[in-house]
Design a protein around this ligand. Structure first.
Ligand code: ADP
Length: 247
């Protein structure tokens, strides 16, 4: 097992000749929390789409856990354990919090939606769903519908439905966006907890969160890697200050 779990070489995405992501080579260390930051339009979302195969790269190579995933489909990379949270994890507002996690578990195991016909299977999913809700601090919300959850708690539910896929590596897309300070603290603690035994790559605008959570940070501007390193290193880089932190 190598130290690098996700690696890109020369990853490039052009839209009609416009370079959204240009020649990005990333190395994400197994077990680390890696931050991807940069001003709006820097190419962060496009990177996530490339890594999770929602977009094919124009050029370059992407390797995950020793495999070339450059030409794989999103479902295939998810099965390998590279899973994106938030934007794709479906939360059904009319189902209860518990049912949402149960459905995610059931889908992760590839069955159909009529699983409740089997009592034994239902009890297994139920038990595992309750464990996951406990892990993300939502045990007492199990019976509410997802639509009734406060915003910050919805994000925790999305993490629980992502954990149902048993990811090796999680991609978190702005986990604290739009949250109150109290919610931010809770999500930071949660990310730290779910990162144990996994790798996390996160796009995050809140630099306090990045500083507190990320071991390594890649700064993108205009589709290119501007700087990389720990928070102290990148935040002192004059180019980063000019391009991002100073704005
Ligand atoms: P970020 O997430 O860092 O804000 P994006 O990855 O969303 O940046 O966008 C990077 C650049 O690529 C932006 O200039 C954006 O307008 C452009 N872009 C993103 N997706 C498309 C697309 N489907 N077609 C054309 N241009 C795109």
């Amino acid at each position: 097992m190598t130290d690098t779990i996700l690696e890109t070489r020369g990853m490039t995405k052009e839209f009609l000749g416009f370079v959204a992501v240009g020649d990005v080579s990333l190395q994400i260390r197994r077990g680390s929390i890696h931050g991807l930051i940069g001003p709006n339009g820097a190419g962060k979302t496009t990177c996530f789409n490339l890594l999770t195969k929602f977009l094919p790269p124009t050029r370059g190579e992407i390797r995950f856990d020793g495999r070339d995933i450059t030409r794989m489909k999103p479902a295939e990379v998810a099965r390998l354990g590279l899973v994106r949270s938030f934007q794709i994890s479906a939360v059904f507002p009319h189902l209860t919090v518990l049912e949402n996690v149960r459905v995610a578990l059931q889908r992760a195991r590839g069955g159909s939606f009529d699983f409740w016909r089997s009592d034994r299977l239902l009890r297994q999913y139920d038990q595992r769903a309750r464990e996951l809700l406990d892990d993300v601090g939502l045990a007492s919300y199990a019976g509410l519908t997802a639509g009734q959850l406060p915003y910050g708690r919805k994000r925790a539910l999305e993490i629980a439905t992502t954990l149902a896929l048993d990811p090796v590596m999680m991609l978190l897309d702005e986990p604290t966006a739009g949250m109150t300070a109290e919610d931010v603290d809770r999500i930071v603690a949660l990310v730290r907890r779910v990162a144990q035994g996994r790798t996390v790559l996160m796009v995050e605008h809140n630099l306090k969160v990045v500083e507190g959570l990320c071991d390594t940070i890649t700064v993108l501007t205009r589709g290119r890697v501007l700087a990389e390193g720990d928070y102290a290193t990148v935040s002192r880089n004059p180019e980063v200050v000019a391009a991002y932190l100073g704005t």
